[in-house]
Design a protein around this ligand. Structure first.
Ligand SMILES: [Zn+2]
Length: 87
C-alpha cells in the first residue's frame, strides 16, 4: 500500500484505494468505481479533481436520465427511517 498524505480530520495516513462511490442525480443512483485516498482511521476520502469532475458528469447524466451508457444492476430502494423506539 502506498501512503499519499495525511487526513485533514485526524492526521492519519491516507492510502490510495479503489472505492465504490454512490452518485445521486435526480431519482437515479449510480455506483461508480473511483480511486480515492482513504484514511484508515476516520474513513475520510479525498478525490482527485478528475474524479470529482467525472462524478459531476455522471450526476448530471443521471439527473437528465441520460443513462444509456450505464449498466443497470438492479433497483435501488429507500428504507425509511423508523420512528423513535420507546425504550
Ligand atoms: Zn482520518
Amino acid at each position: 500500500m502506498k501512503t499519499t498524505g495525511l487526513s485533514h480530520i485526524c492526521g492519519g495516513a491516507l492510502v490510495r484505494k479503489r472505492v465504490e462511490k454512490l452518485v445521486h442525480g435526480g431519482d437515479h443512483t449510480a455506483v461508480v468505481e473511483v480511486d480515492a485516498e482513504v484514511c484508515e482511521h476516520c474513513g475520510e476520502r479525498l478525490y482527485s479533481v478528475e474524479t470529482v469532475r467525472r462524478m459531476e458528469d455522471i450526476r448530471a447524466k443521471l439527473a437528465m436520465r441520460d443513462t444509456s451508457e450505464f449498466v443497470p444492476i438492479g433497483q435501488t430502494f429507500q428504507v425509511k427511517q423508523e420512528g423513535p423506539t420507546a425504550g
